[in-house]
Design a protein around this ligand. Structure first.
Ligand code: SME
Length: 147
C-alpha cells in the first residue's frame, strides 16, 4: 500500500459498528503489517484480577499474566508504558517467543479503568526508539474510541 500512515490505515478498518474484538483483531494485524521488524503484537486484557490473552499476531503465547508479573503485568500495575531494550536483562520477563529481544508494553486506560495492555515484541534489541514509541502511542490513542 503506497505511503499511508498507521492511523490512516486504522481509520479504514476500525469502526464503532463492529465488535470490540473485531476492532482489536484488525488493530494488531495493521500494527504487525505496518511497523517493521516485529515478531509479536497482541493484547493482554484485564478481567479485574489478572491479564488474559486477547487478539494477537505471532506465536502462541501464555494465556494469563498476574498483575505485577512480567513486562505486561508490571506495565499494567504501574499504568506506565515500558520499553525494554533487551528482554534478557529484564528480571521476570516472561518469554513467549525465543526470537524476541526487545519489547514495548503500552497500558490501555479508558475513563481511569485499566482495559489491558498492548504488548509488542521485536527480534531486534533496542527496536523501540522514540519515533516508534510515538507512532504506537498515537495508534493506541486512536483505538480508544473503538473499545
Ligand atoms: N513478554 C511478556 C509476556 C507475553 S509475550 O511476550 C507474548 C511479559 O514479560 O509480560
Amino acid at each position: 500500500m503506497a505511503q499511508i500512515s498507521v492511523n490512516e490505515y486504522l481509520g479504514l478498518y476500525l469502526d464503532k459498528n463492529y465488535q470490540t474484538l473485531t476492532n482489536q483483531a484488525n488493530f494488531v494485524a495493521i500494527i504487525k503489517e505496518m511497523v517493521p521488524n516485529l515478531n509479536w503484537v497482541g493484547f493482554y486484557l484485564y478481567d479485574g484480577k489478572e491479564l488474559y490473552l486477547g487478539p494477537f499476531q505471532g506465536k502462541a503465547a501464555v494465556q494469563t499474566i498476574p498483575m505485577g508479573e512480567g513486562v505486561c503485568g508490571t506495565s499494567a500495575e504501574k499504568r506506565q508504558t515500558l520499553v525494554v531494550d533487551d528482554v534478557h536483562a529484564f528480571a521476570g520477563h516472561i518469554a513467549c517467543d525465543d526470537a524476541s529481544n526487545s519489547e514495548i508494553v503500552i497500558p490501555i486506560i479508558k475513563n481511569n479503568n485499566l482495559i489491558g495492555v498492548l504488548d509488542i515484541d521485536s527480534p531486534i534489541k533496542n527496536r523501540f526508539d522514540q519515533e516508534t514509541v510515538k507512532i504506537l502511542e498515537k495508534a493506541v490513542d486512536f483505538l480508544f474510541d473503538f473499545l
